[in-house]
Design a protein around this ligand. Structure first.
Ligand code: URA
Length: 247
């Protein structure tokens, strides 16, 4: 019997169905798994129930809720998150979420990292999962700059500790940049630039030097500045801003 030649391109492009759906910009991988398990996804006319089913998106007809799953235009959005909003799609406690601020932009969007409920500032969203993954990769060391108002007077020795790295429960922090803006006996205002994205990192760094965050705002993410985007407002990134972040 004559063997069918191996289509090397097709092999290279095959993906599990959950990954294929999220790469098309339709949903997150977690949501894709749920959609598949709920029987909402068909491949070449047949319902699939296994999220790890291999597909070749260029060749197979993939449907979600009986509609062909087509690649969505990529969208990149910057939001000025105010304090009081949680970075999640839906909150079991019914608190306000960042999606309440974005409204319906006609596309599924995921945040690139998170900000605590009590943190304000620049938060990026996209449906470009590769772009987001690259920025969030721990080895990318994207610089995140925060404006910090902290309790008490932080002296230069403590600033030096923040610069060099402080010991946290999940390990020592990487070198950081510190720029003093103002200080008094009661408060210190400064900018802190870190290149990691650990949970509540800035708050924990301040606790490590026996201070406490009173106010925290992210003013830059990589090359992108919050600038004069009003609290609660969002805007699409310009092509040159996207390209700069890609670099
Ligand atoms: N560090 C924190 O402690 N909280 C944030 O929201 C962001 C960075």
């Amino acid at each position: 019997m004559k063997r069918k030649p191996i289509d090397r391109n097709a092999r290279a492009e095959r993906k599990t169905i959950d990954r294929a759906l999220s790469r098309l910009g339709l949903c997150s991988r977690t949501e894709a798994v749920e959609f598949v398990r709920a029987g909402r996804v068909r491949v070449n006319g047949l319902v699939v129930r296994d999220p790890e089913r291999w597909v070749v998106p260029e060749r197979d007809r993939i449907e979600l809720d009986r509609e062909q799953a087509k690649e969505r235009a990529k969208l990149y959005v910057a939001l000025h998150k105010p304090v009081g909003y949680v970075t999640t799609r839906s909150d079991p406690e019914g608190r306000k979420t960042v999606y309440d601020l974005l409204g319906d932009l006609g596309a599924w969007l995921a945040p690139v990292g998170r900000l605590d409920r009590d943190t304000s500032g620049l938060l990026l969203f996209t449906n470009d999962t590769d772009f987001a993954a690259r920025l969030l990769e721990p080895t990318s060391h994207v610089a995140k700059r925060y404006r910090v108002e902290a309790r008490g007077r932080i002296d230069d020795t403590e600033f030096e500790r923040l610069r060099r790295g402080v010991e946290l429960s999940d390990g020592r922090t990487l070198p950081a940049r510190v720029a003093l803006l103002r200080r008094s006996k009661e408060r210190t205002l400064f900018e802190l630039t870190i290149t990691e994205g650990r949970n509540r990192q800035v708050r924990r760094m301040l606790e490590a030097i026996d201070s406490k965050v009173l106010k925290l705002a992210r003013v830059a993410f990589g090359s992108l500045e919050l600038a004069d985007l009003a609290p609660g407002a969002h805007r699409e990134l310009l092509a040159r801003e996207r390209n700069a972040l890609r670099r």
